[in-house]
Design a protein around this ligand. Structure first.
Ligand code: GRF
Length: 187
């Protein structure tokens, strides 16, 4: 049976789009639902364009199992993929999707993880600290932020002349290249 994936995202959703497109072309799994915690998130428009059902759920309601679980059951969601999702995952969801929920972090964890380390903050810190390499970490989600078991990492070089924006671009390329196929390999 084809595995059914829900993607959780908070913003732009370029990774979400890459994942949807990947599985639309391989047919090895299906993204059946996109959930955003902000109604103005760009990812919702992307989902619509890609003909994937999407829903916006206010951040406060994520803590309510009775809001999320029936939806995930209705769409028969087997796996949850976080792609730029900035909200802490509540315990009941971590438990319900133990080893069936993955996240991507735009750095080489355990470096540059934890509180406040998201989006451009990560790339700024990498440049400020004079790192010579950075990359991506794909990991299972557990109850500790950015600490779940690492599934995959890939690296890229950081040049002394790189700006945080240039680093972000390199990291994004790694994300698009690897996230969909790493998900496929663990389903
Ligand atoms: C990505 O860099 C991802 O690693 C991080 O948030 C960013 C989301 O970008 N968790 P997008 O919304 O997929 O364009």
């Amino acid at each position: 049976m084809k595995k059914r994936i829900a993607i959780f995202a908070s913003g732009n959703g370029s990774n979400a789009e890459a994942i949807v497109r990947y599985f639309q072309s391989t047919g090895t799994a299906e993204v059946v639902l996109v959930i955003a915690n902000r109604s103005e998130a760009q990812v919702l428009e992307r989902a619509q364009r890609l003909h994937v059902p999407s829903v916006s759920i206010p951040s406060s309601e994520f803590r309510q199992p009775e809001r999320l679980m029936p939806l995930l059951e209705q769409y028969r969601v087997d796996w949850i993929v976080l792609a730029g999702f900035l909200l802490m995952i509540p315990d009941y969801l971590v438990k319900a999707y133990a080893r069936k929920m993955v996240n991507i972090h735009p750095a080489l964890l355990p470096k540059f993880g934890g509180k406040g380390m998201y989006g451009m903050n990560v790339h700024r810190a990498v440049v400020e600290q004079g790192e010579r390499e950075t990359g991506i970490t794909i990991h299972f989600v557990d109850e500790h932020y950015d600490e779940g078991e690492v599934i995959f990492q890939a690296k890229c070089e950081v040049l002394p002349t790189d700006t945080p924006e240039m680093v972000a671009q390199k990291v994004h390329q790694l994300e698009y290249r690897y996230y969909p196929s790493v998900i496929e390999s663990i389903l």
